[in-house]
Write a protein that binds this ligand. Structure first.
Ligand SMILES: *Cc1c(COP(=O)(O)O)cnc(C)c1O
Length: 404
């Protein structure tokens, strides 16, 4: 069935949104086959976002671990610092084709908000981003960036004042303004066609990995490892290899700071099947179907749901899932920075940490590709706190004392 991956996926939304999702689905189906659309998308990835992103041989890390060869697909070199811009560009082009003039989005940490505000500015949409009041207070730097890009950031004052409340506010806005507004979804989640469409846009990652590794080594990778929040960078890296049974695909979830409810964001095996936010998949939820609280040091992995196709690939044993703790991810940031000169995003550091775990156990003839979904600049406040950098705090204090 359309938009289903086995029993997962689908379209569980209020009746009023069905026409908009149908319109989007049809416009995407036409665009996908349209040479002009593909050319425009590819041109923007190249000349706005900076693709292809490099596949870097991590020579020092490989030597230190003494096992499998490790390559890094550096998605952090994309414009705005992560893979997210790719599906935002794709959706903006589709929204334009169906005559929308306004983009809305919800954001937790602000990364998706910044990517959406960026494409809104580039393509001339007005832009409203919903964000919980608690998140606005925690993530002021990204709020500032969105405002610089011309977006309106609307604080959501109800519920827990975080991401899921922002989702509700954005859905309400969409229902009220569906005629001129496109809702930009930030991962391979939500109702059909979002999981399929965003996967297709991101699948450029795996296609580039295939080509670049072929040039470098003349082979397919033995392992592709990616972190999994909603799953867009993972599906992007995996899709081109799903049909290659020799390629192990590993998704890395956020093990957080412990195994208790609220301390992590590990959907496998802690989650259960349900319907939330318009789609059927695994979720961390209680017996009443209420989403559980989650925690991860990386905002992008701090999410109770997972894309429906990844749930399907999990059940079929095509993608294996593991988890990495906050502490292991922090150590991986340090290791990769010092050995390779690349400061990874905390999300991506989860994938790096798993590669560090398995590489020494594998033979030197094996090759691992780690998808580095983003760069670490955005994490500077979390990192300085985690590494207890007192000098940085003095710097901040001085800034405050100087006043505006
Ligand atoms: C948002 C984000 C993620 C998580 O989202 P996915 O849809 O699971 O890819 C991972 N890494 C970075 C750098 C992000 O910004």
């Amino acid at each position: 069935m359309k938009g289903h991956f086995g029993k997962y996926g689908g379209r569980y939304v209020p009746e009023m949104l069905i026409p908009a999702l149908e319109e989007l689905d049809q416009a995407y189906a036409v665009a996908k086959k349209d040479k002009q659309f593909r050319k425009e998308f590819t041109d923007l990835l190249r000349n706005f976002s900076g693709r292809p992103t490099p596949l870097v041989f991590a020579k020092n890390l490989t030597q230190k671990l003494g096992g499998a060869k490790i390559y890094l697909k550096n998605e952090g070199l994309n414009h705005t610092g992560a893979h997210k811009i790719t599906h935002c560009i794709g959706q903006a082009l589709i929204a334009k084709r169906i005559g929308k003039t306004r983009l809305i989005a919800e954001t937790g940490a602000g990364q998706h908000g910044v990517a959406t505000a960026t494409v809104a500015a580039k393509f001339g949409f007005s832009c409203t981003v919903y964000m919980g009041e608690v998140d606005i207070a925690r993530q002021r730097p990204n709020v500032f960036l969105m405002e610089q890009l011309g977006a309106k950031v609307v604080p959501v004052p109800f519920g827990s004042k975080t991401l899921k409340d922002a989702v509700n506010a954005a859905i309400k806005d969409w229902i009220e303004n569906v005629k001129d507004t496109h809702y930009v979804l930030g991962s391979v989640v939500g109702p059909h066609p979002f999981p399929t469409m965003n996967r297709d846009f991101q699948s450029i990652i795996g296609k580039e990995i295939r080509k670049q590794l072929k040039e470098a080594e003349g082979i397919l990778p033995d392992y592709v490892i990616a972190c999994v929040g909603g799953g867009s960078n993972a599906m992007g890296a995996f899709t081109d290899f799903i049909k290659e049974s020799s390629v192990h695909l590993i998704g890395v979830e956020a093990g957080g700071r412990g195994k208790k409810i609220g301390q992590h964001a590990v959907r496998f095996p802690s989650g259960s099947v349900g319907v939330v936010e318009g789609y059927k998949s695994y979720f961390l939820q209680d017996s009443d179907g209420q989403l559980q609280k989650t925690h991860s040091i990386s905002a992008g992995l701090d999410y109770p749901g997972i894309g429906p196709e990844l749930s399907f690939l999990h059940d079929n044993n095509r993608v294996k899932f593991v988890s990495i703790t906050d502490q292991e991810a922090l150590e991986a940031v340090k290791t990769l920075s010092e050995l390779e000169g690349i400061i990874p995003a905390l999300e991506s550091a989860h994938a790096v940490a798993h590669a560090i775990k398995i590489a020494p156990k594998l033979s030197k003839s094996k090759t691992i590709v780690v998808n580095l979904s983003g760069r670490g600049d955005k994490d500077i406040f979390i990192l300085t706190k985690a590494f207890k950098d007192k000098k940085f705090y003095e710097f901040m204090k001085n800034l405050v004392e100087e006043g505006i």
